[in-house]
Design a protein. Structure first.
Length: 500
């Protein structure tokens, strides 16, 4: 009998009632291992109702109570790192070490949430006028929702709900239906840590569930990470319904390599950033921009390293890259490589025919390297979300920055150089939300915020860090005037000396 992943509502597993299920495959074998219940609008409504009921007490709970739960939760997550990573590998396909890294980056936000007492401190100005004080505080929103992608089934949810619940909100998570099990384990561990029933709920589903969250009147805010078209839809729909929205979209991250760069370091970085997690990450470097005469040498060094990457099942400790999430996605990624050749690119490495012995039905694709790619080719313009690296050639730093700034995306970017002046110019001139200087994937640590510009972000707030706290709270300012006790009406003496 096929295993079923059900919902987590009100502190317990709730079987799906819609009658609709989606397949969950093992990407390494191509076999369907699990089915996931797909929620109806009514089931989403039940999760929101549970969250709303829990908010009545959680929203007014003490900071000490919340942080005590979060500290216990952090300890349980740490103890179950391997269990969470194993679920990620089984359903997403990424190698175990990469899955462990995902859990570690999610834990950073749990640790940030453990320190929420400092983040939620208000401000006070005294004597702004005679006997007038002004104070400001931040208060929770109520029920908030998160809609998360398949590529980081543990990390991205942990970018959202720990901070949201630390701020006093309750949460409904709708994870990707392609790899749903990690989300349920995160919720179960939160309950074990003492999180009250209904504070964190997980509903699985497709567009029906998404639309139900976007349209539900009791959902105050929506966080989303995914592709740009869906981010635009989430932002437009939820905003039209009066909700606060942070919707992080897709990317086409560029890496500018100047002639003075350490080419070995740049090649190492390009390979790890382009092909890590099989390229299925929004912070992957998918376009290397080589300046001047270094292009041939850089491409040769990238090729030399890429050819040594071992591809295999994620639970094989010797594997460095796993399969793609689905066969359909594998075929789509492969089409960009063949299409690039037609559109004039030089195919230095073609990974489209790659298979793994003993796992022939898996969703395999090898590493592809495309050189002399034009900016009007599909392989350059689209977010491929696979292990395909495009190399573009330019004559100067200025040409490279102009090319990169012309992209509609502005998520992350990097420059490789030994010149501090060039690096400083780059970080000021480049139109992207996250910049790496000799760092290929500039994902900020948890106490700074993550987010892009242009078509990579819809909404005003980045995710986690200070922006995350501000997103999950709203400000309130109180202006107060109290009479001096010495001015009390005649006949009342509170014992204060007359001082004027």
């Amino acid at each position: 009998m096929t295993k079923t992943v059900n919902h987590w509502i009100g502190g317990k597993t709730v079987e799906g009632t819609s009658g609709q299920y989606g397949p969950v495959t093992d990407p390494a074998t191509g076999a369907v291992t699990t089915q996931v219940a797909l929620a109806s609008a009514d089931e989403v409504g039940a999760a929101v109702a549970a969250a709303k009921a829990a908010y009545a007490t959680w929203g007014t709970s003490s900071l000490a109570q919340r942080t005590a739960v979060l500290f216990r939760y952090r300890a349980l997550l740490d103890a179950h790192r391997d269990d969470i990573a194993a679920l990620i590998t089984a359903e997403h396909g990424k190698v175990h070490s990469d899955a462990l890294g995902e859990v570690a980056r999610g834990l950073e936000i749990v640790e940030l949430a453990c320190g929420i007492t400092t983040q939620l401190k208000g401000e006070l100005s005294t004597q702004v006028s005679n006997r007038v004080d002004v104070s400001s505080i931040r208060q929770s929103l109520g029920v908030v929702a998160g809609i998360t992608p398949f590529n980081f089934p543990a990390m991205v949810p942990m970018w959202m709900f720990p901070l949201a619940i630390a701020c006093g909100n309750t949460f409904v998570l709708k994870p990707s239906e392609k790899d749903p099990s990690a989300a349920n384990l995160l919720a179960e561990l939160a309950a074990e840590a003492g999180l009250p029933d209904g504070v964190l709920n997980v509903v699985h589903g497709d567009k029906v569930a998404v639309d139900a969250l976007l349209n539900h009147p009791d959902v105050a805010a929506v966080s989303f990470v995914g592709s740009t078209p869906i981010a635009r839809y989430i932002h437009a729909t939820a905003s039209a319904n009066g909700k606060r929205v942070q919707a992080l979209g897709g990317a086409k991250n560029h890496m500018l390599v100047l002639p003075d760069a350490d080419l070995d370091a740049a090649a190492d970085a390009a390979v790890s950033a382009a092909y890590g997690s099989a390229g299925e990450r929004c912070m992957a470097i998918s376009a290397v921009v080589a300046v001047g005469a270094i292009g041939d040498e850089l491409v040769a060094k990238i090729r030399e390293r890429a050819e040594k990457i071992k591809i295999g099942p994620g639970n094989d400790p010797t594997s460095e890259m796993g399969p793609l999430i689905t066969a359909a996605h594998r075929d789509k990624v492969a089409s960009y490589v063949t299409g690039a050749a037609v559109q004039g690119a030089e195919v230095v490495l073609d990974g489209t025919g790659h298979t793994v012995e003993g796992f022939e039905e898996g969703h395999w694709i090898g590493l592809s390297l495309l050189d002399k790619v034009s900016t009007d080719s599909d392989a350059y313009r689209d977010e491929i979300f696979g292990p395909v690296l495009c190399v573009l050639r330019v004559e100067s730093y200025e040409d490279g920055v102009a090319l990169m700034n012309a992209s509609p995306f502005g998520n992350g970017t990097a420059i490789f150089t030994r010149d501090g002046g060039a690096a400083r110019r780059f970080q000021l001139e480049i139109q992207a939300g996250m910049v790496g200087v000799n760092v290929p994937i500039p994902v900020p640590v948890g106490y700074h915020s993550f987010g892009g510009w242009k078509d990579s972000l819809f909404g005003d707030h980045h995710i986690y860090g200070n922006d995350g706290v501000h997103f999950y709270t709203r400000g309130k300012v109180t202006t107060t005037r109290w009479p001096d006790p010495a001015d009390a009406p005649a006949g009342v003496d509170l014992g204060f000396p007359r001082n004027h």
